[in-house]
Design a protein around this ligand. Structure first.
Ligand code: NCD
Length: 335
């Protein structure tokens, strides 16, 4: 199979596939798209860009933001969508294999976006699609506890934008707190850090939820510095950003999360006082009680902005995937 040039992509399966060139291009594209979206004419222009394309949204694991932002990204670009959110309404109940179902989607649409509880399923689907005549791209919108690459892209965009006047992500110290072991968002984001210069990561979690060895090995191999701690307060003043995640107890085998003392891993108004004035607070959402709602009022709280960025980044992903990026970057509405 012919490989796409490095700054292009076909499937989006895991974040290891991205280099700095693509990351920067996607961020610039997202910013340009946001400019178009500010006017009625700009939105009209975007709506015509991919009106000849159709997408399948196959989301059999719960999702609010990722589903809605992909769906709205399609609407912004004029892409028609079909969806399955409940496998009990598909032919899987008649005994059809998931790969046969996926192959069926490929008969009707130009891209398949999929979120499933199984790890590695997006890869298997991409492998299948690579060997059939009607090869369509697969976008992994969350694969079990393993990866969530498009979330990591919107996280990168949010970090880059938040540090726009402070040199971007390069040289920053980024804390990650919560269920690092089973949180696919932080796992995907860690893989991207090798693309930035002198980033230091600080993992803040109880032993039961500390980052897995595979990620730590990857960071060592790419000389990304990291430290581990259980003491949020002691590291807060040195963090430029903190990325907080919820406990992923849907992956519990026997209620084990409930036995861990999570009280030291919460971020409230008191914690704000110890953060840098230009610090950034992020969360992929949904949150439970790991961030107090009063923190939302602080300008350093970027998670609602991050959520909205998700829609714009997903517009950028489709634009780049279907190779109409030149029509955005050199579009007539931009000066
Ligand atoms: C995350 C996910 O599904 O992994 N949510 C999201 O896509 N924004 C995080 C989570 O569910 O905790």
């Amino acid at each position: 199979m012919e490989r796409a040039p490095k700054s292009e992509f076909f499937h989006i399966l895991r974040t290891q596939q991205f280099d700095r060139v693509v990351l920067d291009e996607l961020c610039d594209l997202t910013t340009a798209i946001r400019k178009f979206a500010k006017t009625k004419e700009g939105l009209h222009y975007l709506r015509g860009l991919l009106a000849h394309k159709r997408a399948m949204l196959y989301f059999t694991q719960p999702s609010t933001r990722t589903f809605l932002s992909f769906n709205n990204a399609c609407q912004i670009l004029g892409i028609q969508t079909s969806e399955i959110r409940d496998p009990s309404t598909s032919s899987e109940v008649k005994g059809e294999s998931l790969l046969d179902s996926l192959r069926t989607f490929s008969s009707y649409v130009d891209v398949v976006v999929m979120r499933t509880k199984e790890e590695g399923l997006a890869e298997s689907a991409a492998d299948l699609f690579d060997h059939i005549q009607r090869r369509v791209p697969i976008i992994n919108a969350g694969s079990g506890r393993d990866q969530h690459p498009t979330q990591a892209l919107l996280d990168i965009y949010t970090l880059e934008r938040s540090f726009k006047d402070h040199g971007g992500i390069d040289g920053k110290t980024i804390g990650m707190m919560g269920d690092l072991r089973r949180g696919r968002t932080v796992r995907s984001l860690c893989y991207l850090m090798k693309n930035y210069r002198n980033v230091r990561l600080v993992f803040i979690a109880p032993d039961d939820f500390m980052m897995e060895e595979d990620i730590k090995t990857h960071l060592h191999q790419h000389m990304v510095q990291f430290t581990e701690t259980k003491d949020l307060r002691s590291v807060l003043p040195e963090l430029d950003a903190i990325y907080i995640t919820r406990i992923q107890d849907e992956h519990d085998k026997a209620g084990e999360s409930g036995r861990v003392d999570l009280s030291p891993y919460k971020f409230g108004v008191e914690e704000l006082k110890h953060m840098k004035p230009h610090g950034v607070i992020m969360h992929p959402l949904p949150r439970r009680d790991e961030i107090h709602p009063d923190v939302d009022l602080d300008p350093r709280a970027k998670y609602w902005r991050q959520e909205r960025n998700g829609m714009w980044m997903r517009v950028a992903i489709f634009v780049k995937l279907f190779k109409v990026d030149h029509l955005v970057m050199h579009g007539h509405l931009l000066d």
